[in-house]
Structures are given as structure tokens and as C-alpha cells.
Write a protein that binds this ligand. Structure first.
Ligand code: FES
Length: 507
């Protein structure tokens, strides 16, 4: 009887079983991994890092990957078979999850710390030496809750209407505990030296991790009183980490504005700015904060999942096979596909680009109507955008653009008053700014816009060094932040409709 082995691919978290001895090239290709030199062991494009299990090294692999690469656990997947259970990190997929390697000022402290960005889709964790702020190891993974819904509204539904809260809580606590253990093993440090863990995330992630009820967030007025700083010890969470480190989940800012935005305020230093500065996280739930050292206003606006490729007929995450860039050239659309293979779908950045390029070529009208009578826009291979996809994009970008205007109104300010606008999150980082401006998603001059990288993760790292902070809850900053609900603003609907159309010309 044949023996089955289990293969897990990181950082996207795909898991499957195959017959022992199956060449990895045969199975990985089906999961979107490309083999640029055709599996001849020449290009290292198919390299994987062995996180669990083992793959043999050979002189041929060492020639391509170098001694250091072999010692770090890298192997050529095209030269190996799955003979035992394996967890592999696929190098081609690294860019799909945003890490952080920024330099920052800090006051040294003893021990090691872990900073975690708990996203609805992805998780990123870094282990730091708190004496030097050096990043010693990085791990990322998909949020395992995603099997119960891609966006926060479906997680709330699963937790509240279908009684799944406890399951979601256990899934995320267990996965983060494993990430922390993997960091310690990867850096080859003593678990006893890990003293502090800081986690940031949106309000729903906060509640699901901390065990707070999501029921208040499932109905109007969507307000919760359980969104403060939460403290745990590793053993309370079932984490098997030697020194039983202290864990802090930083406080949220309002009903759907989480500590990821508080982290963004810290990294963009909005709370210290003399001028009006903004930060926007372009996710399913667009989170916005604008302000200065005197006063800040935050808000969230339901953009829907179009920017993450969801609810788009051929939408997908930014992984191998996704159209990630589109531009107009010599009267036609040119598409870039991640991995340079056959296009399998389109991700958020490709969607924004495609609409901008189609506007340029007259294939899309300002009203949002596709010029082609068949009601679709052909991109590459068999990938198309439909009229419904364009409508989803209009809803998403209209919600963000209107949300920003509503927050600016709280300062009686016109868009020109904003001196810097930071775009947070993976989508904001990879977004083509010219395209975002062309479709009216971001109506600000390019020179004031700054991709903020993974500001949530950086903010969590800053918080690892806040031992002089009052109680670690950033109370003094939070006292200056007001939460505003765009949906309750009389002008929101008009602004929303106004921003759903596409601008006639590039601004
Ligand atoms: S595909 Fe080129 S080395 Fe494996």
C-alpha cells in the first residue's frame, strides 16, 4: 500500500498530501510554483527553504545555492522528492507578505522580543534582540481563520451567527504560538530569553484573539467596549515557550479601527506632527486616520474585498499566476504576471492598473461602463474583467475616497491641506500611485504620498521598547484621537456616489 506524506507550503499556507517519493516539481507546479529553467537545476528560481522535515543536499544544489544557502535550509525543489512530511517556504511567494526592516530609534532593554502583525489574511512575526533592535528571524503565514471567510464580516458571521468564536480564537492563538516557537528555533536562541510579545491587528482580530465578544460589532451602532489593551502570559494561551513571556495586544482606536492603525500613527509620527498628516490602510475595511499633534480623527469605511482580489470574478491573491501590473502600450493592454507564467487571475494592484489603463485607451468610460458590448475586458490568456468586477472596484474606491473626505471635513480642511499621506499595508505598498490617482482612489498629489510599508509590524516593534510608557496602552496618544463614523455623516452618501465615477482625466 502506498504511503502518503503531507506537504505544507509557506507563506501562503497551502497544505496537501501526496504519495511518498513524488517529485516535488510534479506537485508544486499544480500549486502555482514556477520552474523557470524547466527543472534543470540551473536557475534557483524554484528554491524552497525546509522549515520542517528534510530534503537532501547534493553537490549540484550547492553549486547553485552556495554553502550558506544550503546551511540556511534552502534546496532546489526541482531536484527533490517528497519522502517525508515537509513544511517548505517557497521563495517565489516571499513578496506576497510584507515584512519590515526599517531602522528606528530605541532605548535598549534586556532579552528578546517578538512583534506580530495579525492581519485578516496574513500573519507576520519578527524576533528581535532588544539590546540592539536587530531582527534575528522572520516568519509569516496565512491566517488559519481564512477557511471560515476571507474578510472580517464573514468571520464575524461565523463567530456570532454560527457559534464559531471559540474555534476562531483557538485557531489563531495556536498558529501564533507556533510562529513564536518557529522564530526561536530559526534563530537558535534560548526560549527563556524571550521576555515580550506585542501583537497588533484590526478590531475583529483583536476580539478574536483576546476572547472578547464580537456580538456588538455584528449590529448597529457597531460599538464595542472591550477593545482596550489586553495582557496575557504565554501559558494562559497554551503557548509552550520557556520563559513564559508577557504578551500585549495593543488597544484599538474605535469600532473598526484597530491597533494596526495605532501602530501606523506611531510609525508615521502623526501624533508629533505640526502639519496635517494622514494614514490609510486600503483593506476590506479601509481604515483612515488624519491629524496632527493636537488632534487626530480616525474612521473606517467598508470598501469590500475587491482590493484583495475577492468578489472579482477572476480575482486572486498576489501570488504566482496573478496579473499584478497592467499598462497601456501602443494602443493595447500589456500585463505582467507574477512568476512570468500563464495568467490565472488578477490581484488588487492589477485591478487598479487595468481600470486606469482601460480608461486611457477608451475601453472604460468615466461612468464605469465597459466599451465592449460583450461586457468584458480581455487582459491576458483567459483572464478577463467583467462589468460586475468594475462595479466592485467603483464601490471600493468610492468608499475610500469618500471616507478620506469625511475625515478631512472634521478639520474643516480641503484635500490640499494634507501635507503627507501614508499608505499602509501590502496593497498600499505595491499599488501603482499613478493608476490609483487615475481612477480617483487617491486624489492627492503624488509627491505627498508615501508607501508606509508594514507600518503595523514596525509599530509593534516600537511598542516592544515602550517600557517607559505609562502602562503600555498609549493612553496619552489615544486621548487625542476621536473616532468618527462616516456612515452617520449626512454628506457621506453624496460623497460616496460622487467618488464612484472615474475622473475624466488624470489629475
Ligand atoms: S527550476 Fe530552475 S533550478 Fe529548479
Amino acid at each position: 500500500m502506498s504511503r502518503q506524506v503531507r506537504v505544507e507550503l509557506q507563506p501562503l499556507g497551502e497544505t496537501f498530501e501526496v504519495e511518498a517519493g513524488t517529485p516535488l516539481q510534479d506537485v508544486l507546479f499544480a500549486h502555482g510554483v514556477e520552474f523557470p529553467c524547466g527543472g534543470r537545476g540551473l536557475c534557483k528560481g524554484c528554491r524552497v527553504k525546509v522549515l520542517q522535515g528534510s530534503l537532501p543536499s547534493t553537490p549540484e544544489q550547492e553549486r547553485v545555492l552556495g554553502r550558506t544557502g544550503i546551511d540556511e535550509g534552502w534546496r532546489l525543489s526541482c531536484q527533490n522528492s517528497a519522502d517525508e512530511n515537509l513544511t517548505l517556504e517557497v521563495a517565489q511567494w516571499e513578496a506576497t507578505i510584507l515584512g519590515d526592516h526599517s531602522k528606528f530609534n530605541f532605548t535598549p532593554r534586556e532579552g528578546l522580543g517578538v512583534a506580530i502583525d495579525l492581519g485578516t489574511t496574513t500573519l507576520v512575526a519578527q524576533l528581535l534582540d532588544l539590546r540592539t533592535a536587530r531582527v534575528m528571524a522572520v516568519r509569516s503565514a496565512l491566517n488559519p481563520q481564512a477557511r471560515h471567510g476571507a474578510d472580517i464580516m464573514s468571520r464575524i458571521d461565523f463567530a456570532v451567527a454560527r457559534g464559531g468564536h471559540r474555534e476562531l480564537e483557538q485557531l489563531i492563538r495556536a498558529r501564533l504560538g507556533r510562529l513564536v516557537s518557529e522564530l526561536i528555533s530559526a534563530a537558535k536562541v534560548r526560549a527563556d530569553d524571550l521576555r515580550h510579545v506585542v501583537i497588533v491587528g484590526n478590531t475583529v482580530m483583536h476580539h478574536l484573539f483576546c476572547g472578547a465578544s464580537l456580538e456588538p460589532l455584528s449590529r448597529s451602532p457597531f460599538e464595542t467596549d472591550q477593545d482596550g489593551l489586553r495582557r496575557f502570559r504565554a501559558n494562559e494561551l497554551g503557548w509552550n515557550v520557556g520563559g513564559n513571556p508577557a504578551i500585549r495586544f495593543l488597544p484599538c482606536l474605535g469600532s473598526f479601527v484597530g491597533s494596526d492603525i495605532l501602530a501606523g500613527i506611531l510609525t508615521a509620527r502623526i501624533h508629533e506632527s505640526e502639519e496635517l498628516v494622514g494614514l490609510v490602510d486600503l483593506g476590506t475595511n479601509g481604515e483612515i486616520v488624519i491629524g496632527n499633534r493636537e488632534r487626530m480623527v480616525c474612521a473606517s469605511t467598508a470598501a469590500g474585498p475587491a482590493f484583495e482580489g475577492a468578489r472579482i470574478s477572476m480575482g486572486m491573491r498576489a501570488s504566482t499566476g496573478a496579473i499584478s501590473e497592467v499598462h497601456a502600450e501602443a494602443g493595447v493592454l500589456r500585463c505582467h504576471v507574477i512568476g512570468n507564467g500563464v495568467a490565472r487571475g488578477i490581484c488588487g494592484s492589477g485591478l487598479v492598473d487595468a481600470a486606469a489603463a482601460a480608461l486611457e485607451l477608451g475601453l472604460l468610460r468615466e461612468s464605469g461602463r465597459l466599451a465592449d458590448e460583450r461586457g468584458h475586458l480581455s487582459l491576458r490568456d483567459s483572464v478577463v474583467l467583467t462589468q460586475t468586477d468594475i462595479r466592485e472596484l467603483q464601490l471600493a474606491k468610492g468608499a475610500i475616497a469618500a471616507g478620506i473626505r469625511i475625515v478631512l471635513k472634521q478639520f474643516s480642511a480641503e484635500p490640499s491641506a494634507l501635507k503627507r499621506l501614508h499608505l499602509a499595508g501590502a496593497f498600499g505598498n505595491y499599488l501603482n500611485l499613478a493608476s490609483a490617482r487615475r481612477i480617483g482612489l487617491i486624489n492627492f498629489p503624488e509627491e505627498i504620498i508615501q508607501p508606509a510599508g508594514n507600518s503595523a509590524l514596525l509599530g509593534a516593534k516600537l511598542a516592544l521598547f515602550t517600557h517607559h510608557d505609562d502602562d503600555g496602552s498609549y493612553r496619552q496618544i489615544r486621548e487625542r484621537i476621536a473616532h468618527h463614523s462616516p456612515n452617520e455623516d449626512a454628506s457621506f452618501q453624496d460623497l460616496y456616489v460622487e467618488h464612484m465615477g472615474f475622473p475624466a482625466f488624470a489629475t
